[in-house]
Design a protein around this ligand. Structure first.
Ligand SMILES: CC(C)(COP(=O)(O)OP(=O)(O)OC[C@H]1O[C@@H](n2cnc3c(N)ncnc32)[C@H](O)[C@@H]1OP(=O)(O)O)[C@@H](O)C(=O)NCCC(=O)NCCSC(=O)CCC(=O)c1ccccc1C(=O)O
Length: 260
């Protein structure tokens, strides 16, 4: 399988899918999402793979969400908003193996959503988690909001989305957004070790446990599908464009004039 935006490697039964766009802080465009979906399905149904790691290349970012340079009202790929977002989120949940988010830097916006959806999140003391949606003219109307509330509780999820603060690895562990935080230099070895631990477990028991956890929040896929249409309509507004343009111009957005 040929990939351009990601790296794919199996290390002792653990498949590493690494977003390889460090110059864009591992932001995803349409093609990136498609490649991750293909890699997840490859690893998910490979009998020699017991666990999957989702990572970002370089030291600065796990993933910073949608690539804003590929965003002009719509992103550049397929799907409701020009990104097969619903499919990517569903693929992480549907593969019958644990998916670990390995967060060594920024997990921002759609990147934080990916980490949230993964079965486990293992981060380093250089990790920073956060949502920027309302600060830059976007929002995740599906798992990024509703499922996040299941993970960290309603109040914390609302704080994360409304105030757009950044949270350290230790804070992420304290609120239940991450499972473990390791010293930066030890992160990859620890992630691999946990991946190999998962490979020793009964694959069928893990698959049933994963499906069982998923069943309780399966309705959120329907909400996400509906919400993406609302998001598409929002992306077509001047209000949303103001956020994207402000980010590109490196200035503060002026949203107040759009209040209805
Ligand atoms: C990640 C930052 C907090 C890092 O800040 P800082 O250390 O000060 O570095 P910068 O100088 O800002 O950035 C360095 C360099 O990287 C480029 N970059 C960073 N992020 C992106 C990106 N997402 N797309 C394209 N390029 C990016 C940045 O422009 C700089 O480039 P230079 O050439 O050096 O100028 C900070 O960078 C930051 O906040 N970035 C923006 C993150 C962002 O806006 N992401 C999209 C989030 S959308 C969202 O939060 C809600 C929506 C959502 O989750 C979602 C749901 C459904 C579908 C899609 C999305 C989605 O994510 O869009």
């Amino acid at each position: 399988m040929n990939f351009e935006d990601i790296l794919y490697e199996v290390r002792n039964g653990v498949a590493w899918i690494t977003i390889n766009r460090p110059d864009k802080m591992n932001a995803f465009r349409g093609q990136t999402c498609d490649e991750i979906i293909r890699a997840l399905n490859k690893a998910g149904y490979d009998r020699d793979v017991g666990a999957i790691v989702l990572a970002g290349a370089g030291d600065r970012a796990f993933c910073t969400g949608g690539d804003q340079s590929a965003h002009s009202g719509n992103y550049d790929g397929r799907g409701t908003i020009g990104l097969p977002m619903e499919e990517l989120h569903t693929a992480i949940r549907d593969v019958p193996k644990p998916v670990i988010a390995r967060v060594q830097g920024f997990a921002i916006g759609g990147g934080n959503v990916l980490a949230t959806i993964c079965d486990l999140t293992i981060c380093s003391d250089k990790a920073q988690f956060g949502q920027v949606g309302p600060k830059m003219g976007s929002v995740d109307p599906g798992y990024g909001t509703a499922f996040l509330a299941r993970v960290v509780g309603e109040k914390k999820a609302r704080e994360i989305w409304y105030l757009n603060r950044r949270y350290s690895g230790a804070e992420a562990v304290a609120m239940g957004l991450a499972n473990f935080c390791f010293p930066h230099e030890q992160l990859d070895a620890e992630v691999q070790k946990i991946g190999e631990e998962l490979c020793e477990r009964s694959p069928t028991a893990l698959a049933i446990a994963k499906r069982s956890f998923n069943a309780d929040t399966a309705h959120q896929a329907g909400i996400a599908g509906l919400g993406m249409y609302a998001l598409k309509l929002y992306y077509d507004t001047e209000e949303s464009r103001e956020g994207v343009n402000a980010l590109k111009d490196k200035r503060k957005p002026e949203f107040r004039k759009y209040a209805k």
